[in-house]
Design a protein around this ligand. Structure first.
Ligand code: SF4
Length: 179
């Protein structure tokens, strides 16, 4: 058991061997935030059924701290856009996003949300990134719950600054304060 005087007399390696952990407040906050991402309930179409299934007993999104879907945007910090977004609905979605407290993140779930999918027409937004800033895109029609869970874990890495691109280069940490 390390004592207070040990902090001044021993080096970091010795203290870590004795079970003393060192970190920065920034890393600790990012760890806490990333492991308690609460999604705003925002199902738009069929993809929302898979989003709901991600919290059932089989898939259990609760393992990653994100099962608490909030009916109020003021209690949520991640928006999962699950389904096609009509142009009529876009201002409503932006308002919900604006009502979420900072910092906040967005996952675009499914082909429709990310690219309009099969709905290449005047009524559907062709990429929700033009309405809210997307951090993670999930491919598929619909993506399975496992794909959404993978997206949540990728978002956790981005928040902690541990995400890497396809070539293994470290990606910048995303703070997601007002943007
Ligand atoms: S991507 Fe497929 S499942 Fe999802 S909203 Fe579009 S049509 Fe429905």
């Amino acid at each position: 058991m390390a004592t207070l005087t040990d902090l001044f007399t021993k080096d970091v390696q010795e203290l870590e061997n004795e079970g003393v952990l060192f970190t920065t407040l920034e890393k600790l906050i990012a760890w806490g935030r990333s492991n308690s991402l609460w999604p705003a309930t925002f199902g738009l179409a069929c993809c929302a059924i898979e989003m709901m299934a991600s919290t059932d007993a089989r898939n259990d999104l609760a393992r990653f701290g994100s099962e608490v879907f909030r009916a109020s945007p003021r209690q949520a910090d991640v928006m999962i856009v699950a389904g096609r977004l009509s142009k009529k609905m876009a201002p409503v979605m932006r308002r919900v996003y604006d009502q979420m407290p900072d910092p906040k993140w967005v996952i675009s779930m499914g082909a429709c949300a990310s690219s309009g999918g099969m709905f290449n027409n005047y009524a559907i937004v062709q990429n929700v990134d033009s309405v809210v800033p997307v951090d993670v895109f999930v491919p598929g029609c619909p993506p399975r719950p496992e794909a959404l869970i993978y997206a949540v874990t990728q978002l956790q890495k981005k928040i902690q600054g541990k995400a890497r691109d396809d070539e293994g280069r470290k990606l910048p940490k995303i703070e997601a304060w007002k943007r």
